[in-house]
Write a new protein. Structure first.
Length: 149
């Protein structure tokens, strides 16, 4: 009795009838879906982090400008140099940062107010893998100077 050689299509049919490949496509689809979901999370939450960075930079610069406006008016009116009231300048900058909901520090050195802001951006997609927030930092400095009238 001669045995017939199987063609590739008959081998596939024989495997499917035996159930040997069941579930392999499902594992592949789940893997691809997970990879695409992670990629979408990186794109969307990464974009939100960039927007948070821009916001933190805006807050830092504005807080520094707010602090740099706290000048010693008596000294200025008497014809002296522009000088910051150190405690008021740092406090004004910290108050501005606090009013935005962010956290940060402010320091005064000479006539310059330096501010460092930390902004926490909530994630939208990456929270599904346990990453709830992304922290971004920004700095800003402003100097008090005599303007020209």
């Amino acid at each position: 009795m001669k045995r017939r050689a199987r063609t590739p299509s008959s081998q596939v049919r024989a495997r499917m009838a035996g159930g040997g490949d069941r579930g392999q496509a499902t594992a592949f689809v789940v893997g691809v879906f997970a990879a695409l979901w992670l990629f979408a999370g990186i794109v969307i939450d990464g974009g939100l982090a960039l927007a948070g960075k821009a916001r933190a930079l805006d807050v830092a610069q504005e807080a520094a400008r707010t602090g740099a406006q706290q000048i010693d008016v008596g000294q200025l009116r008497s014809g002296g140099d522009v000088r910051l009231v150190r405690d008021k300048a740092a406090a004004a900058a910290r108050t501005y940062i606090g009013s935005t909901g962010d956290s940060g520090t402010a320091s005064v050195s000479g006539n310059a107010v330096s501010v460092r802001v930390t902004h926490r951006q909530r994630t939208q997609i990456l929270q599904l893998i346990g990453l709830r927030t992304l922290s971004v930092h920004a700095s800003g400095t402003a100097r008090a100077e005599r303007g020209t009238p």
